[in-house]
Design a protein around this ligand. Structure first.
Ligand SMILES: [Zn+2]
Length: 96
């Protein structure tokens, strides 16, 4: 997961947050490149936050679980970087 900083103490919580976001449909993995992308679906995000609030992982309080969801989201873009060639300088439009 190149977009996420993994620290041993929080890695499993991050993994839970990613899995929860995927199950809720808030993020998807690019079929071609494997990057996580946020789908911008507010209902899916609400579902993921509901899970965090109502069913946090064992030993984690709901506010920590919610924070983990937000932290995971902060590390995920709304598009796959490898599917977005316009971000590469040589692919910029040559005229305006
Ligand atoms: Zn891609």
């Amino acid at each position: 997961m190149p977009t996420l900083v993994t620290r041993p103490a929080t890695r499993s919580l991050e993994g839970w947050a990613i899995a929860t976001l995927r199950e809720a449909g808030a993020i998807v993995e690019c079929d071609e490149h494997g990057w996580m992308q946020e789908r911008g679906d507010p209902h899916a995000l609400a579902r993921a936050r509901d899970v965090a609030r109502d069913d946090p992982p064992r030993g984690i309080c709901s506010s920590e679980a919610l924070a983990a969801i937000e932290e995971a989201l902060a590390g995920i873009g709304d598009s796959c970087p490898d599917c977005s060639p316009s971000r590469e300088p040589e692919e910029l439009p040559r005229f305006k």
